[in-house]
Write a protein that binds this ligand. Structure first.
Ligand SMILES: [Zn+2]
Ligand SMILES: [Zn+2]
Length: 570
C-alpha cells in the first residue's frame, strides 16, 4: 500500500507551504487530506485505479491531480519547485520544537540557515539571537529542542524496541527450536529504559554459530555488521541495530548480569566484588581461578550476599545498598494490574466505539476500566459537550447492566483550562465515576498553579500525563514537581504514569519521588486504538524503575478498594 507515502508527501507539501508563508486554510487542506488518508481503511492505489480519489473526505480536484501525479511518477512537480527554493533540510528543521516555519524562513533568508548544522552554528555564534524578534530565551528553547532532536535520531523508544525484541525472539525461537535453551533481552531494553541506543538479545545455546546465522536471515535485516560464533550484529530497516550473543549454559546468568548493566550498577558491583576477593565478568564470578557461579544470574548476587535485584532497578540509585540490607521492595507487576483507567472511544478521538473498546479491554483479563474521553474545550480531539457526555454516561450504565464480572466506569479526561478551572462544573463531574484532569493547552501558563488547583477539586481522581512531555519531541512543562507531589499526597489525588511510549509521564525519577512521598500513582495506557493496550507493560516498567510497589498503584485495586480510595478525597 502506498497510503503512507501519500500521507508523507502531503504533509511535506503542507510544511513547504507554511514555510512560504501561505495562508492557513491552504495549508490545512493538505493536512486534513493527509489525515483522512492515514485513517483510510482502503488501499489508495485501488481507489485511484477506480477513479474514486474524490470519495476521500477533503480531497478536492486540485489534490486529486497532485495525488495522481505522485502515484504515476513518484513526484509532485510543484512540490519539487517549492523545495528548490527552500533550505536543504527543511523538514528536519521544522521538526525542531520552537523553531516554526516563520522563524525557519526568517533564518534562511537572513542567515542562510539550510541545515541542522547551520542552525547550531547560528546559535553558537549568536547570530540567531540577533535576528529581529528572537531574544536569548527563545534561542535557549530552540537550542534545547535541537539537542533533544539530535538524541532522538540516535535513540530508539522503548515501545519500538520492545516490539522489535518480541519479533526477533519469536523468529529465532521458531527457527532454532530445541537448539535454543533460553532467550532474553539484555541491556537497556531489559531495564525498560525509556529510550535505548541499540537492542541486545542473549541466547543460551550450544549451537552459537547456527543461531547467529539465523539472526542474519531475519526478514527485516538490511545489513549484516558482523556474524561470528558468539556474536552477531545486524541493522534492521537500515536503522535499528540488534546485537545477539550466543552464550554457553554455564555462563548464561553471568552474561545476563553483565550485559543487562547499567554500566554504573556494574561498576559498583565489581568494586564490591574486588573488596571481597572476587572477580566478576561476563563468564562468571571467580575466587582466584575457581569459578563459583555464573549459570544463573542470582548466583552472582548471592555470592556477594546481595538480594537479586529486578533489572529495572539497576541504575546505581541505591539498589545495591537496599540489596545488601535485604530490603529490595516487592515491585508492582503487570499481573497485578486489574484496570486500565484512561481510554478514549469514538465519542472523542479514539478509534473504537464503546462496546468494541470494552470488548478488547475485557480480553486482557482486567476486572474494570474507565472510559475517559476528552472534554468540550479539546476541540482538536472532538471533545464532548455536556449533552454528549451525559448521553455517553447513560450508554455506559446500560452496557454495565449487560456485563458479567466486569464494570465500565463512566469517566472523563477533563481539560485543566488556562485559568486553572476545569472544563466541566462540579455538577457534571459529580455524576461521573472517575475523573482524570489534564493540561492540553497553554503549556506556558502557570502549569504548576493550574495542576494544584485541579487537585483541590474533590472529584479529580488522577492528574493525567502530569508534565506534558513528549519523549524526544517536547520538553515537559516547567512544573514544580515537589509541590505537585506534596499536594497529591495531601489530597489523595493519584499522579498518572501515562504508558504511551512517547510520553512515559511521569518518568521513572518522578515516580520514585512520588512513591517516596507516599503519593499514589495510576498507570494507564491512554488507549486510542486497541494496539495501545499492550503499552501497559511500558507503564509498569517505568513504575518499577521508580520502585513502585503494588500498593502504590491504584490500578491494582479491586473495584471496591478503588471506590474506598476515592471516598477519601471525594
Ligand atoms: Zn491527554
Ligand atoms: Zn487521554
Amino acid at each position: 500500500m502506498k497510503n503512507n507515502d501519500v500521507v508523507d508527501i502531503l504533509e511535506k507539501f503542507a510544511d513547504v507551504l507554511e514555510f512560504k508563508g501561505e495562508v492557513g486554510f491552504k495549508v490545512n487542506a493538505y493536512r486534513k487530506a493527509a489525515r483522512a488518508i492515514r485513517d483510510l481503511g482502503d488501499d489508495i492505489e485501488k481507489l485511484w485505479g477506480e477513479n474514486r480519489l474524490g470519495d476521500i473526505p477533503g480531497v478536492g480536484k486540485a489534490l486529486q491531480e497532485k495525488i495522481d501525479q505522485f502515484l504515476r511518477t513518484g513526484h509532485i512537480r510543484q512540490l519539487d519547485e517549492h523545495l528548490a527554493a527552500a533550505p536543504k533540510e527543511l523538514f528536519q528543521l521544522l521538526q525542531i520544537q520552537n523553531f516554526g516555519p516563520k522563524t525557519a524562513a526568517h533564518a534562511y533568508k537572513e542567515l542562510g540557515v539550510e541545515t541542522l548544522d547551520d542552525l547550531q552554528a547560528a546559535i553558537s555564534d549568536g547570530s540567531l539571537a540577533r535576528l529581529a524578534g528572537m531574544g536569548p530565551k527563545r534561542v535557549a528553547n530552540i537550542s534545547k529542542s535541537l539537542e533533544l532532536h539530535a538524541r532522538a535520531e540516535k535513540e530508539i523508544s522503548i515501545g519500538l524496541a520492545t516490539l522489535i525484541v518480541a519479533e526477533v525472539m519469536a523468529f529465532l525461537q521458531e527457527k532454532a527450536g530445541d537448539k535454543l535453551l533460553r532467550l532474553s533481552p539484555a541491556g537497556s531494553v531489559r531495564r525498560c529504559k525509556e529510550t535505548v541506543h541499540d537492542i541486545d538479545i542473549l541466547a543460551e545455546t550450544n549451537y552459537g554459530e547456527e543461531v547467529i546465522r539465523l539472526l542474519t536471515e531475519f526478514p527485516r535485516v538490511t545489513r549484516v555488521l558482523s556474524a561470528g560464533a558468539t556474536k552477531g550484529s545486524v541493522l534492521l530497516d537500515d536503522r535499528y541495530q540488534v546485537d545477539l550473543r550466543a552464550i554457553q549454559p554455564e555462563s548464561y546468568g553471568a552474561a545476563q548480569q553483565y550485559f543487562t548493566g547499567s554500566q554504573a550498577h556494574n561498576v559498583r558491583l565489581r568494586e564490591m566484588a574486588k573488596k571481597q576477593g572476587y572477580k566478576i565478568n561476563e563468564w562468571g564470578i571467580f575466587r582466584g581461578d575457581e569459578k563459583i557461579g555464573g549459570k544463573d544470574e542470582d548466583e552472582i548476587y548471592a555470592a556477594l550476599d546481595l538480594q537479586w535485584m529486578p533489572p529495572e532497578m539497576r541504575e546505581d540509585r541505591g539498589e545495591i545498598e537496599a540489596a545488601a540490607a535485604q530490603q529490595i521492595p516487592e515491585l508492582v507487576e503487570l499481573d497485578d494490574i486489574k484496570a486500565d483507567l484512561h481510554m478514549h472511544t469514538t465519542n472523542s478521538d479514539g478509534q473504537h466505539p464503546l462496546e468494541q473498546l470494552v470488548d478488547y479491554v475485557r480480553r486482557r483479563g482486567y476486572s474494570h476500566m474507565a472510559v475517559c474521553d476528552h472534554s468540550r474545550s479539546a476541540i482538536y480531539a472532538n471533545g464532548l459537550s455536556e449533552d454528549r457526555l451525559l448521553r455517553l454516561v447513560r450508554d455506559i450504565r446500560a452496557l454495565n447492566a449487560q456485563l458479567d464480572n466486569f464494570v465500565v466506569l463512566a469517566g472523563i479526561e477533563v481539560d485543566i483550562l488556562p485559568d486553572g478551572s476545569l472544563d466541566f462544573s462540579d455538577d457534571i463531574l459529580r455524576q461521573l465515576d472517575f475523573v482524570v484532569a489534564s493540561i492540553h493547552s497553554a503549556f506556558k501558563t502557570d502549569p504548576t498553579g493550574r495542576t494544584l488547583a485541579a487537585m483541590e477539586n474533590r472529584y479529580v481522581d488522577v492528574i493525567g500525563h502530569p508534565t506534558g512531555r513528549l519523549i524526544a519531541r517536547r520538553q515537559g512543562f516547567d512544573i514544580d514537581m515537589e509541590r505537585i507531589i506534596a499536594a497529591a499526597t495531601r489530597n489523595g489525588t493519584a499522579l498518572e504514569v501515562n504508558s504511551s511510549w512517547d510520553r512515559l509521564d511521569l518518568s521513572d525519577i518522578n515516580v520514585r519521588k512520588a512513591v517516596q512521598a507516599g503519593a499514589r500513582i495510576s498507570i494507564n495506557t491512554d488507549t486510542h486504538h486497541e494496539k495501545h493496550l499492550s503499552m501497559m507493560a511500558l507503564g509498569v516498567g517505568t513504575a518499577r524503575r521508580g520502585w513502585a510497589r503494588k500498593q502504590d498503584v491504584i490500578n491494582t485495586f479491586t473495584l471496591d478498594q478503588l471506590r474506598a480510595w476515592q471516598k477519601r478525597h471525594r
